[in-house]
Design a protein around this ligand. Structure first.
Ligand code: NAP
Length: 496
């Protein structure tokens, strides 16, 4: 019987994917695992985003770990419940105790002999065999480039940095942006009776999905016997995979149904023609990330809600001046302007083989990877949810579970002594880029909108194929796509 080698693995980030990576590594018998987390708690997205109305917009029985179903209170869990869930999973699976909190990774440098040196802002230095970057996709708040933004005299913040110390009672609140986040916040503020001014640059298509509350007796039945949740997971998973994902990649029936749903919803929910005109996008359904919501349209029609579409000229101490010359006086200005895309694990110093810096690979709007996990010149370094990952509007937790299975197979090549250094070939990287690009034809993402979905070469940051294709692509590692090196022996390229 041969014993497997036990590698040292460092995980960056203790959000949903970092915790998953730690759990799976431990299950595989890998004991030397360190997690570095910049914040003081696990949870990632659900720890950071605490804005009013924060909730998942994917059904929670599907948006959770496959091995840890939960008796969710709502069809789409609210932010605090998701955060509690993440913390619970962290405790139950012994992840929390493995995490170094309040510590930021500042550099990852490869030594050309199978080891990464990882440094943190606390002065700690780790030398490890593998790094897993579980840093999430959208986490660096994007501040709009609007003249006078800093001159605003009232309180102002980005949605990901909600200031709970400010009492909003009796205040005039402005919100710039109308993405998924804004669609969740606006109804909360309007329904609480605040005077809300929504500055819309581009309208969004909205898929109607009421957030049903599950009755307590049902949740008790789930608590008593968790296997009762299986049909729910199956139902939601099937709905998302067979309807949403297929609609986005151009399946005719699903796409027609999606178009019918969002367009009829807008027509039925907004009866005022002028308001409806303002809320009607001029691009294809799903081209920008679809908003899943059932509360925004009713809220925006209330007397204390104001939709402003004239375009922002500048921000002044007293409020927002629009291009028609009007000054919209405000006490609070909320920036719901999204996140810097393609940041992933950056900013940090990242130097791979032979001094190759990440900027040399990921520059000029290009983010090449192999299977969204591996990068050429950065051996033994794996991305969770890297560019080319999101599969339609599906659960990123499901995607991460599939990717982690692939990562474990890669690590197993090392554990079995078949390789000390694992890197994708340049052909594999080029072929994955071409594969993603080819898949874009016929998808909703070419629907004539401005979106962050494509890089400078037209390679999408999302995965433009069916869920089953993605799952299949994660089933078995194809060693022909890898350059594997053993330092004791001669270099073995494309080893099988
Ligand atoms: P977003 O979708 O990127 O929307 C940003 C909004 O800000 C857009 O309406 C954009 O207008 C506007 N904007 C940006 N710069 C502007 C400027 N200079 N002037 C005027 N308007 C400006 O951001 P988000 O709503 O925070 O959502 C980000 C992502 O988070 C979503 O795509 C989704 O993946 C995720 N999300 C998920 C959930 C969930 O429940 N799962 C909830 C919320 C968010 P343009 O459209 O004209 O650029």
């Amino acid at each position: 019987m041969t014993t497997k080698r036990n590698p040292s693995v460092l995980i960056i980030g203790a959000g949903a994917t970092g915790m998953l990576a730690a759990i799976r590594l431990r299950e595989a018998g890998i004991t030397d695992v360190t997690i570095i987390e910049k914040a003081d708690r696990v949870g990632g997205t659900w720890r950071e985003n605490t804005y009013p109305g924060v909730a998942c917009d994917i059904p929670s029985h599907h948006y959770c770990y496959s091995f840890e179903p939960a008796p969710w209170s709502h069809q789409c869990a609210l932010g605090p419940e998701l955060q509690d869930y993440m913390e619970y999973v962290g405790r139950k699976y012994g992840v929390t105790e493995m995490v170094r909190f309040n510590e930021l990774v500042t550099s990852c440098v490869y030594d050309d002999h199978g080891k990464w040196t990882v440094k943190t802002d606390k002065g700690a230095v780790f030398v490890v065999d593998f790094v897993i970057a579980a840093t999430g996709i959208l986490h660096h708040p994007k501040f709009p480039e609007i003249e006078g933004l800093d001159s605003f005299a009232g309180d102002s913040w980005h949605t990901a940095e909600w200031n709970h110390d400010v009492d909003l009672e009796g205040k005039k609140i402005g919100i710039i942006g109308t993405g998924s986040t804004s669609h969740q916040i606006v109804p909360e503020l309007v329904n609480a009776g605040h005077d809300v001014y929504v500055f819309q640059r581009t309208p969004q298509w909205v898929f109607p999905f009421p957030n049903l509350k599950f009755p307590e007796w049902m949740r008790n039945r789930w608590r008593a016997k968790p296997s009762r949740m299986r049909p729910w997971k199956w139902f939601y998973q099937t709905f998302v995979e067979q309807f949403f994902v297929k609609a986005t990649i151009g399946a005719p029936v699903q796409n027609a149904l999606l178009n019918f749903s969002v367009k009829s919803y807008l027509r039925l929910a907004v009866r005022d023609r002028e308001l409806r005109r303002k809320l009607t996008p001029d691009y294809g359904v799903g081209c920008k990330r679809l908003v899943v919501n059932f509360t925004f349209y009713p809220a925006i029609q209330k007397p204390n809600a104001h939709l402003i579409t004239e375009g922002i000229a500048r921000i002044e101490p007293g409020g927002v001046r629009t291009k028609d010359g009007n000054l919209h006086e405000l006490d609070v200005l909320v920036l719901s302007t999204g996140f810097s895309n393609f940041s992933y694990m950056r900013p940090m110093e990242m130097v791979g083989k032979a001094g190759h810096a990440i900027e040399q690979s990921w520059g000029e709007g290009r983010y090449p990877t192999s299977r969204a996990i591996l990068m050429e010149h950065f051996p033994n370094y794996f991305l969770m949810l890297g560019p080319g990952t999101p599969v339609g509007n599906n659960s990123v937790i499901g995607m991460a579970e599939a990717q982690m299975g692939y990562v474990l197979q890669l690590i197993d090549l090392w554990r079995d002594g078949r390789a000390d250094e694992i890197e994708p070939t340049s052909e594999a990287v080029a072929s994955f880029g071409a594969f993603l690009k080819k898949g874009l034809t016929g998808t909703v993402w070419l629907g004539g909108c401005q979106s962050w979905y494509q890089d400078a070469d037209g390679v999408p940051a999302i995965y433009p194929y069916k869920w089953s294709t993605f799952i299949k692509s994660m089933e078995a590692v194809n060693t022909n796509e890898l350059t594997m090196r053993q330092f004791q022996k001669d270099e073995v390229s494309h080893a099988v």
